[in-house]
Design a protein around this ligand. Structure first.
Ligand SMILES: [Mn+2]
Length: 326
């Protein structure tokens, strides 16, 4: 697979790289790291993310070059889809991207559907950025500080700062190497975990206030509706990390956050009025990817999610029913 991918990169002229909607640090970091690497080989690159890049990741080099729309194929001969369990995760452009002759699927989700013409899926990788790192090493690109910062950020954020169960030896080894290439860990942390806005603190307050615990004591549910985002002048990206509080409660095995789907931070184009996004986190003993799959979503064993048009009370009663079995 690695050989085939490098062969395709070497023989291509014009490469489209795409992240998933509502991108996280791994998705954005993988996008900019691989994009800058391919550009250094003389390739024309297009970096694509349907959603705006969350403010905390806008410090990443080349993040300002990520486009939110593509007009046709523009001569792209290869597409690279990063950190997406299925191709529709790239959003509306999926149907256009599907027409690109070579589609390379690079991911670490256990729920990956094996889409594309070439797959490089490693569910043991701590982050897609780990797989991107291996590709970059294999192509022989010189790792600049910009590329290193992108890889470091992908691994740092996807491992929850080396706390989650996907934190492996490579996470430390690669990040150590990235620091040798000039990454400044405190600079990255300042941006990624930087000071909260007042609105975000108020949103956290509302989220904690909404906490409900199942009768079994094993499931916690937080709920945030559209009006709360409006009142606190915040966006869905501001809920990043909230689930850690709900999951860290004693005896809790699964934490859920139900929020109005506001189409990422693109509040200008809301999705259907009553669509909710549910994020799930596990303490490691429950496979939340399986729960999310039952609702048509996906993810990892310990972090997954799904979108649904069920009402809040329907979602809660389904989740509470599930809680009786965990
Ligand atoms: Mn990831």
């Amino acid at each position: 697979m690695m050989k085939q991918i490098i062969h395709h990169f070497n023989n291509s002229k014009n490469i489209l790289l795409a992240a998933h909607v509502d991108p996280d640090g791994d998705s954005v970091g993988s996008l900019t790291a691989l994009g800058l690497s391919l550009e250094s080989l003389g390739k024309k690159i297009t970096l694509y993310s349907e959603s705006a890049i969350p403010a905390v990741y806008r410090f990443l080099p080349a993040s300002d070059r990520i486009v939110r729309t593509i007009n046709g194929l523009n001569g792209c001969d290869v597409a690279v889809i990063l950190d997406c369990s299925n191709i529709d995760r790239v959003g509306k452009a999926a149907s256009t991207i599907k027409q690109i002759p070579e589609i390379i699927n690079i991911d670490h989700h256990t729920t990956n559907t094996n889409f594309g013409t070439i797959q490089l899926i490693d569910t043991w990788a701590c982050a897609t950025a780990e797989i991107v790192y291996r590709i970059i090493k294999n192509i022989g690109v010189r790792i600049t500080k910009a590329i290193a910062t992108s890889i470091y950020t992908g691994i740092l954020t996807d491992t929850g700062s080396f706390r989650f169960s996907n934190t492996n030896e490579s996470a430390f080894a690669i990040c150590k190497e990235m620091v040798e290439y000039g990454v400044d860990p405190s600079y990255v942390a300042e941006h990624v975990y930087g000071p909260f806005s007042l609105g975000r603190l108020k949103l956290l307050n509302r989220a904690l206030d909404s906490l409900e615990i199942s009768a079994t004591g094993k499931l916690s549910i937080m709920t945030l509706t559209r009006d709360v985002f409006e009142k606190t002048n915040t966006h869905p990206e501001d809920t990043d990390g909230f689930l850690n509080y709900a999951r860290n409660i004693k005896d809790i095995k699964v934490a859920a956050l139900i929020q109005h789907q506001l189409n990422g931070n693109r509040t200008e184009e809301p999705v259907s009025e009553n669509c909710y996004h549910v994020s799930l986190r596990s303490d490691g003993t429950v496979d939340v990817a399986a729960i999310a799959s039952a609702f048509g979503g996906g993810g990892h064993r310990n972090a997954a999610g799904f979108s649904t048009e069920l009402t809040i009370s329907e979602i809660k009663s389904k989740l509470l029913k599930l809680a009786e079995t965990i």
